[in-house]
Design a protein around this ligand. Structure first.
Ligand SMILES: Cc1ncc(C[n+]2csc(CCO)c2C)c(N)n1
Length: 228
């Protein structure tokens, strides 16, 4: 079994819980509140900015051109292609996507972003890839399973979103997995253990991100300054 097959097997229950999460069920049914979609897009816009910064740190730790090329391609993908699923959610919610930029992070988005940035600063390139991989991999599985379960046509409000991730997250997942498997062959036991931990942590945080959007999660006490 390859290293990433092992990672996938050990997190199968988390992948399953994500697929069963009420937000993902809402995508399947075409039924989500406008507030939930807006909260997701606001938080995901900031998440994707952080994700690109992590790629930047990964580039600074890359020894080979193929690695640099792969990270650079992924930055371009996020900048130019991943606006499409956000537009799909915004259209369903009836809001202009430009209004959803620059919002403060909710607790779970904050947690996920800090996790990725900590691994990026402190870890090896293999550890960074392990922390990043659940992002395309969980979305690829959601997209593929929804394509199969829902068989959405253009009348489904999230038709474009499902098609996008069912097809477009495959490339990043396959490239990441190949690089991570090659890295794991050379890594020692201790580093492989850290890679597993980061992968599991990111899978759990993917679940929490959906939960945050579904429950409109905010800080328990408003961070706004007290009235003077
Ligand atoms: C919380 C969250 N997790 C995953 C994705 C999906 N995603 C983000 S970047 C990327 C491509 C990887 O280079 C993919 C598939 C998302 N949008 N938001």
């Amino acid at each position: 079994m390859s290293f990433t097959e092992e990672l996938r097997r050990e997190t199968d229950h988390v992948f399953q819980a994500i697929y069963e999460h009420p937000f993902v069920r809402g995508i399947a049914a075409g039924k989500l509140g406008g507030g939930q979609l807006i909260h997701y897009v606001k938080q995901d816009y900031e998440y994707l900015n952080a994700y690109m910064r992590v790629y930047g740190i990964a580039i600074s730790k890359s020894a080979r051109r193929e690695q640099i090329a792969m990270f650079q391609e992924q930055i371009a993908f996020i900048l130019h292609r991943e606006v499409q699923p956000h537009r799909c959610f915004c259209a369903a919610a009836g809001v202009d996507e430009e209004l959803l930029r620059g919002h403060p992070l909710a607790p779970s988005a904050h947690h996920y972003i800090r996790h990725m940035l900590t691994v990026a600063h402190e870890g090896t390139l293999g550890e960074i890839m392990a922390a990043l991989l659940p992002c395309p991999w969980t979305y690829l599985e959601i997209g593929r399973r929804l394509l199969d379960e829902v068989r959405p046509d253009s009348s489904h409000p999230f038709h474009e979103w499902i098609l996008f991730y069912g097809h477009e997250a495959g490339d990043a997942t396959a490239k990441f997995r190949a690089m991570l498997d090659a890295w794991a062959e050379e890594a020692g036991e201790a580093e492989r253990g850290r890679m597993k931990q980061h992968f599991m942590h990111s899978c759990q945080l993917e679940y929490l991100f959906w939960d945050m959007a579904y429950k409109l999660e905010e800080w328990p006490v408003s961070p706004a300054a007290a009235a003077l």
